[in-house]
Design a binder for this molecule. Structure first.
Ligand SMILES: Cc1cc2nc3c(=O)[nH]c(=O)nc-3n(C[C@H](O)[C@H](O)[C@H](O)COP(=O)(O)O)c2cc1C
Length: 207
């Protein structure tokens, strides 16, 4: 069975000159689309040895400075970004038949900014982030759960849990965007934003 997925057409004249504002419009649409995790995005990094790696992270904010997510600073992805801060992001919103790709340069958030987000996280998630060395091997799940139980005595529910220096945010300062939407007969429509003096150029791309 062939399914001819398609999104509503986009009039190029209605695209915002600022891709971050266009991202905001599409993200709002995604939030209202029934997509269970509209903030989920793929993050691609490249290791010091040139090996690419991709995984899902949750977008936690965006503004003129870029797109933010939070993670472990001792994770493999953080090690990749330490040596090669050039990364790529992709949102795919299935109910909308739309995708946004972003290329950019990742930099750590200031710890004071990370602490503001850290304090909004559920208590258990903060303790779990402290005990976990992300992507390091572990023998049993209980091993980590026990460490959380021990930590709960030090930091009971409602207490201030300090931000560990092994955890925080990254902001991806964008250098290119591509907005993609599915159209009939796979004659898809794509709009690429590239930086130019004082703003962005928009180029329509073939499917
Ligand atoms: C829906 C979903 C959301 C996720 N969100 C995050 C996130 O916001 N931050 C994070 O560090 N990992 C998140 N993960 C886990 C990552 O995909 C990945 O497994 C983990 O960060 C380790 O990646 P690394 O070994 O490449 O550093 C998420 C996974 C899924 C499936």
């Amino acid at each position: 069975m062939t399914i001819d997925y398609q999104a509503d057409a986009v009039d190029p004249g209605e695209l915002d000159e600022d891709p971050i504002l266009e991202l905001g419009k599409w993200y709002e649409m995604a939030r209202g689309s029934g997509d269970m995790l509209p903030e989920a995005m793929s993050l691609a990094t490249v290791s010091s040895g040139g090996v690419p790696s991709v995984r899902i992270v949750l977008m936690r904010g965006f503004d003129a400075r870029g797109v933010e997510f939070f993670t472990s600073y001792d994770s493999p992805k953080a090690a990749d970004m330490q040596v090669n801060p050039k990364v790529s992001l992709a949102f795919h919103w299935k109910p909308l038949y739309r995708q946004i790709r972003i290329e950019g340069t990742a930099a750590r958030l200031d710890p004071t900014e990370s602490k503001i987000y850290w304090d909004t996280r559920p208590h258990g998630s903060r303790l779990a982030a402290i005990v976990s060395t992300q992507s390091a091997p572990v023998d049993t799940w209980e091993e980590l759960a026990n460490q959380v139980t021990v930590l709960e005595k030090e930091y009971p529910e409602g207490s201030d849990v300090p931000l560990p220096d092994t955890w925080g945010g990254f902001r991806v300062a964008p250098t290119r965007f591509e907005f993609w939407l599915s159209r009939p007969s796979r004659l898809h429509d794509r709009f690429q934003y590239d930086p130019v003096e004082g703003g962005w150029s928009i180029t329509r791309l073939q499917p």
